[in-house]
Write a protein that binds this ligand. Structure first.
Ligand code: DO4
Ligand code: MG
Length: 293
């Protein structure tokens, strides 16, 4: 079962549930957090609540492709984990050593350390949803999307859902100096999430999700990469455990879990590109790329 938000006529926002069969049912709650709250108040699981709400309802006639999808949740904060896959460690080492790959870097250290790399990535205002444009930085010439499994958390740091995240990144800024990480990661429209939240209780094994990223330029596919969450070095609870430690977590915080798909080193995004990220059981997150405004 997946939860979406879409734009209805007269600019009103509608929450809806998408069943495994692809039927879409409008839900009465204003947003995903209200759904969680109502489930908790009635001591039901979110899935049980949704199932009871849709049991005697009719699906809407539109298909998912016909709807104007919005971010499935306006996450107050988006955090991200880094160097959680071997492929990411390799890519960061390439950036940090200018391709020499002969140094044991802090990326090697964090990959093996008990404490993971966690950084602040985005706020609701900087985050775009399905179909929204992600933006390039004007002072970087080496930019890539980072396709990542994203965890939707409640205020206690429990995983209540899974979505897809794009952690847009500047490899040159990050490689120049690790202290530049916030600038390499955080700017206007540098994060996208969506298209749906898959309820956590309906995911049998989050370490068996297939991920694909495709980048199109002038209608041609110029990059394609695949990965599995089975390649993740850490457990998801390790990441949420460190995120919530001595922290104040807001309901609906999103945590990106790191990337395992990195385009070839000679590739950089350009305005007009289209990024497509697919995770099995969640959907496809599509975003056009625009230049800095
Ligand atoms: O260390 C820099 C960021 C790493 C990252 O964003 C990732 O591995 O996904
Ligand atoms: Mg990342």
């Amino acid at each position: 079962m997946r939860i979406i938000r879409y734009l209805k006529a007269l600019s009103s926002v509608q929450l809806a549930a998408v069943t495994d069969e692809g039927e879409i049912f409008n839900l009465p709650q204003g947003d995903f957090l209200s759904l969680l709250k109502e489930a908790e108040a009635s001591a039901a699981s979110p899935l049980a609540l949704v199932q009871s709400l849709i049991s005697s309802a009719r699906p809407i006639p539109e298909s998912l492709e016909q709807l104007s999808l919005l971010v499935p949740i306006e996450a107050p904060e988006v955090w991200a984990a880094g160097v959680t896959y071997e492929r990411s460690r390799e890519a960061r080492n390439y950036e940090a050593t200018g391709g020499r790959m002969d140094a044991s870097t802090f990326y090697d250290k964090v990959y093996d350390a008990e404490r993971p790399e966690l950084f602040f990535k985005s706020t609701a205002a900087r985050t775009v949803g399905p179909g929204g444009a992600v933006q390039l930085r004007s002072d970087s010439s080496w930019q890539i999307p980072e396709p990542e499994l994203a965890l939707v958390l409640d205020g206690r740091g429990r995983i209540v859902g899974y979505t897809i995240g794009n952690d847009m990144s500047c490899r040159d800024i990050e490689g120049e100096n690790p202290l530049y990480l916030p600038q390499a990661k955080v700017w206007k429209r540098s994060c996208s999430i969506g298209p749906a939240i898959r309820l956590a209780e309906t995911v049998e094994d989050p370490y068996r999700l297939q991920m694909t990223c495709r980048i199109y330029r002038e209608g041609q596919k110029v990059v394609e990469g695949t990965a599995s969450t089975g390649q993740l070095k850490r457990k998801l609870e390790e990441l949420t455990g460190f995120l919530k430690r001595d922290n104040e977590l807001f309901e609906g915080t999103v945590l990106l879990t790191g990337t395992c798909i990195v385009p070839p080193n000679e590739f950089t995004l350009a305005a007009g590109d289209r990024v497509e990220i697919d995770i099995s059981g969640i959907g496809t997150l599509l975003n056009p790329v625009v230049s800095a405004s």
